[in-house]
Design a protein around this ligand. Structure first.
Ligand SMILES: NC(=O)c1ccc[n+]([C@@H]2O[C@H](COP(=O)([O-])OP(=O)(O)OC[C@H]3O[C@@H](n4cnc5c(N)ncnc54)[C@H](O)[C@@H]3O)[C@@H](O)[C@H]2O)c1
Ligand SMILES: O=P(O)(O)OC[C@H](O)CO
Length: 388
C-alpha cells in the first residue's frame, strides 16, 4: 500500500506533554505532518537526546525523529511557550494529569484557549475520576467543555512505522473534536468523531483491565476459544458499566471500544496484556511492574473500576476477578503457587445484548451460571460459564 504524505489543512503550534511511547509517537506524527511541535519531558536526558541526536533513549529507541521536533524540560513549560500554542496534547499516564493541569491552569490565557487533547487511558486512583472530571476540578468547566479525547487501537510503535491506524475522537464541543481530527488527518492516521467523551474515556480505560484478563488466560495456556470468550464478554461487561455510568452503549462499538479491546487483548505488544501474561506464568505483580519499563494503566484502573462497579451495582465478573487477581491474592505469601482465588469470570449474561446493556443479574439468575474450575499445576482458575 502506498501512503502519500498529505499536507495538513493548516499548520498548528503543538506542545506535547510527555515523551514516553505515545507522546513521542504523536509528536513524531505531528512534526512529520509539518506542524510546529515541541515535546516536554521531565527527563533531561530525553530532552538532550531528542534535540541533539533526534532519538529518544528510553522509548521507541529505534526511531529517528524529525529534525524539526524540539524538546523542552525538565522544568514545566513556561507561560510564554504555553501561550504561543494552538494545541496542548497530554500524553502522560492518568495519575500525572491532575498535578500537571494544576501547574498549567494559571498559565492559560482564558480569552484565547488552545485546543486541549488527552490520550491517556485510565481512571485516577483514590478519586476514581475520569479525566474529564479531573479537568473540570483543576481547570474549571469552561476548559472541560472544549477538552478532547482521542482513544482507539493505537500501538505507538506501529504508528511510527506508519501502519494505517484509526482512532475515535470525542469532546463536549463538536468544533474541538473536529479540530483535533483535522490536526492528525493523514492517510495513515485518521481520527473519527462520534461517541461521547465519557464512553470514549471509559472504553480506553476499561479495555486495559480486560487485556490483563486475556493475558492471564493466555499465560495459563488457555487457547483461542477462551480469549474470544473473554473479549466478547468483556465487551458486554464494559458496555454495561459504561451505560450505567451514563455513556452511550454505541460508543463501545467504535474504534475506542471494541477496536481497542480487540487489539489490546490479542497482542503481546500491549503492556497490559503482558502484565496479565506474566501473572499467568506465576510472576509476582511487584516484580512485573518493576521490570516493565513503561506504564500499564490497567493495573491502577482496576482499583478505581472496582469502586465504580460496586457503587453502580453493575454485574462485572471479569473486572472483579482481575481485581482479585491483582489485589486480593497475596503473591508474596503464596509465591504464586497456591493462590486462593485466581478467578476469571466470563459470566453468561443470559439474553442480554452487548449493545443495549440490557443484561442484569436477574437475567443471569434466570438461565443460571455454572462454575467450571480448572486446576493448573501452579494456579487455580475459575471460569464461570453457561450452565444451560
Ligand atoms: N503506548 C501506546 O501505544 C499508547 C497508545 C494510546 C494511548 N496510550 C496512553 O497514553 C498514556 C501514556 O502512555 P505511554 O505509552 O506514553 O507511557 P510511557 O510509560 O511510555 O510514558 C509515560 C511518560 O509520561 C511521563 N510521566 C509519568 N508521570 C508523569 C507526571 N506525573 N508528570 C509528567 N510526566 C509524567 C513519564 O516520564 C514518561 O515519559 C497512557 O495513559 C497510555 O494508556 C498509550
Ligand atoms: O500497551 P497498552 O496495553 O497500554 O496498550 C496501548 C494502547 O492503549 C493500545 O491502543
Amino acid at each position: 500500500m502506498s501512503l502519500v504524505h498529505k499536507e495538513p489543512c493548516g499548520i498548528s503550534k503543538v506542545l506535547v506533554f510527555g515523551a514516553g511511547n505515545f507522546g513521542s509517537c504523536l509528536a513524531d506524527h505531528l512534526a512529520d505532518s509539518s506542524h510546529d511541535v515541541v515535546v516536554w519531558s521531565r527527563s533531561p536526558e530525553i530532552v538532550q537526546h531528542l534535540n541533539e541526536s533526534h532519538r529518544n533513549p528510553e522509548f521507541l529507541q529505534d526511531h529517528v525523529f524529525p529534525d524539526s521536533l524540539k524538546a523542552v524540560g525538565p522544568e514545566f513549560p513556561s507561560t510564554e511557550l504555553i501561550r504561543q500554542m494552538d494545541v496542548l496534547l497530554f500524553a502522560i499516564p492518568t495519575e500525572g494529569v491532575r498535578e500537571n493541569l494544576k501547574l498549567l491552569t494559571p498559565k492559560l490565557d482564558e480569552s484565547n484557549l488552545p485546543l486541549l487533547i488527552f490520550v491517556n487511558k485510565g481512571i485516577e486512583i483514590g478519586t476514581h475520576a475520569l479525566t474529564l472530571d479531573i479537568i473540570a476540578d483543576t481547570c474549571g468547566p469552561k476548559i472541560a467543555k472544549v477538552a478532547t479525547f482521542i482513544s482507539g487501537p493505537s500501538f505507538a510503535k506501529e504508528i511510527v512505522r506508519r501502519q494505517p491506524t484509526s482512532v475515535s475522537v470525542a469532546s463536549l464541543s463538536d468544533e474541538a473534536a473536529q479540530k483535533a481530527s483535522d490536526l492528525f488527518h493523514q492517510p495513515w492516521f485518521r481520527c473519527y468523531t462520534g461517541g461521547d467523551p465519557i464512553g470514549v474515556e471509559l472504553a480506553g480505560a476499561l479495555k486495559n483491565v480486560y487485556a490483563i484478563a486475556a493475558g492471564v488466560a493466555d499465560g495459563l495456556n488457555f487457547e483461542n476459544n477462551t480469549r474470544a470468550m473473554l473479549i466478547t464478554r468483556g465487551l458486554a461487561e464494559m458496555t454495561r458499566i459504561g451505560t450505567a455510568y451514563g455513556a452511550s452503549p454505541l460508543t463501545f462499538l467504535t474504534l475506542a471500544g471494541v477496536g481497542d479491546l480487540f487489539l489490546t487483548c490479542s497482542s503481546p505488544t500491549s503492556r497490559n496484556y503482558t502484565v496479565g501474561h506474566r501473572l499467568g506464568k506465576g510472576e509476582k505483580l511487584d516484580h512485573i511492574l518493576d521490570t516493565l519499563g513503561s506504564v500499564a494503566e490497567g493495573v491502577w484502573t482496576t482499583k478505581g473500576l472496582k469502586k465504580i462497579i460496586d457503587d453502580l451495582g453493575v454485574t462485572a465478573p471479569i473486572a472483579t476477578a482481575v481485581y482479585e487477581v491483582l489485589y486480593e491474592v497475596d503473591y508474596r505469601q503464596t509465591g504464586g503457587r497456591k493462590s486462593e482465588v485466581i478467578a476469571f469470570a466470563a459470566a453468561n449474561q443470559g439474553a442480554g445484548s452487548a449493545v443495549s446493556g440490557e443484561t442484569s443479574p436477574e437475567a443471569n439468575e434466570k438461565v443460571g451460571i455454572g462454575c467450571l474450575t480448572i486446576r493448573m499445576p501452579r494456579l487455580k482458575m475459575s471460569i464461570f460459564s453457561l450452565a444451560a
